[in-house]
Design a protein around this ligand. Sequence first.
Ligand code: SF4
Length: 104
Amino acid sequence: MDICRSRCLAAASFRSLLNKPGKPFCRRCLLSEMDQEQYFASIYEYISLLPPEQKADEETYQRRLQLCKTCDELADGMCRKCGCFVEARAARVNSDCPGEEKKW
Ligand code: SF4
């Protein structure tokens, strides 16, 4: 899967989760305008609600994150290659590292 397609699928999944009834989410807010705690909680909720068939097993997830932690592209929890939060990206079984080295 190419980088853009993977990123768009992840973003679409994330948006659909955030837009579920009873959980309003402003699409037009900048990060600086959001409640950071709520935003990060939403990312973890996104991960926890991934369908089992789309979710990487725990060992794979942790191995990916350990590789990200050694990578120069990791900045504040985000991958500078794709702009994803690495914890969300690593949680999807069919996801991959967008870097040239393909660390995972
Ligand atoms: S380039 Fe790959 S290993 Fe590096 S932060 Fe991004 S996803 Fe993680």
